[in-house]
Design a binder for this molecule. Structure first.
Ligand code: SAM
Length: 285
């Protein structure tokens, strides 16, 4: 059977005007800012989806996306355009700041519950990392401490993967043997799954960080928001961080990715950690 020409023909490059129309739509709806230098990433994501839909024009696709009934198509496109790279214990210095914070919080008080939040959790590795850190700390104490981790992202596909908690075995190969033994079980050839007692602590939900003013999260003790804000313009980064601060409990810890905001301070935040981390504690009133 002959291969249809729409599958093999090279689609034209985005013109400057087309690029700007797509750029502003994506930024308005997701906050992600594509610069002209990164247009090839945007173009590749659009083309991939346009081929599936057998469309040959960027403008035609834009019209389709703008139709009120195109909600589902929009979510599919977002899957194609978001960067989801992540790892367990991705940034050790940030994990160490979280560990120290948990030590102090739980050893200097009789706290009986902890709430953490992974913002832009992708396929879940960051959320499970927080759950493992908290579980390890809590189980070393001689008292009951309940804990929960909320993990949010814009990508439904990433969240579905995260919820299952199943990963290629090689993705956990560099973890300490004690962590692997405690928190992962075999789940078929070359696959492992996060154990039930950790899965029941983590709740995944779709939240667009542009809508944080409507998000129900409150009084979080620990918030991780790493490798998400780098795709946003500075004014949006600041607006999002301010929303996160409002959702942090007094004394709570906010951990951003190093360098994700510079020359910035907040009256309620005290920087903590070291020059390899970007972390703040919300001052107690
Ligand atoms: C590079 S991953 C970072 C994953 C993890 N935080 C880490 O540091 O390993 C960025 C994640 O942010 C998500 N994201 C992008 N725009 C978003 C938005 N507007 N709201 C919520 N999540 C978003 C993407 O879907 C992706 O999963």
């Amino acid at each position: 059977m002959p291969i249809p020409t729409w599958m093999t023909d090279r689609l034209p490059d985005l013109t400057r005007d087309q690029f700007e129309r797509w750029q502003s739509l994506l930024e308005e709806r997701t906050g992600n800012h594509f610069s002209w230098q990164h247009r090839s990433i945007l173009q590749a994501g659009l083309v991939r989806r346009m081929r599936e839909l057998e469309l040959r024009s960027y403008d035609e696709y834009l019209n389709l996306i703008n139709e009120p009934s195109s909600h589902l198509e929009w979510t599919t496109l977002v899957e194609n355009l978001t960067v989801r790279e992540t790892r367990f214990f991705r940034h050790q210095p940030s994990c160490n700041v979280a560990r120290n914070y948990l030590d102090t919080l739980l050893e200097s008080s009789d706290r009986s519950s902890i709430e953490a939040w992974s913002v832009g959790c992708s396929t879940g590795e960051e959320a499970w990392t927080l759950a493992m850190l908290i579980h390890n700390k809590v189980s070393s104490l001689g008292r009951v401490v309940r804990f929960g981790v909320t993990a949010t992202d814009i990508s439904l596909e990433a969240l579905a993967h995260a919820r299952k908690g199943i990963y290629k075995e090689r993705l956990v190969s560099s973890l300490e043997p004690a962590l692997k033994e405690r928190f992962f079980q075999k789940a078929g050839p070359a696959r492992v799954q996060v154990v039930e007692r950790l899965r029941e602590r983590v709740c995944f939900a779709r939240v667009n960080v542009l809508d944080l003013d409507r998000a129900p999260m409150r009084n979080m003790d620990l918030i991780f928001c790493q490798n998400l804000l780098i795709y946003f313009r500075r004014w949006r980064r600041i607006a999002i961080i301010e929303q996160l601060v409002k959702r942090l409990a007094p004394g709570g810890l906010l951990v951003l990715g190093p360098g994700e905001i510079t020359n910035w301070q907040h009256p309620e935040l005290e920087p903590v950690g070291n020059d390899q981390t970007l972390a703040f504690v919300r001052r107690k009133l």
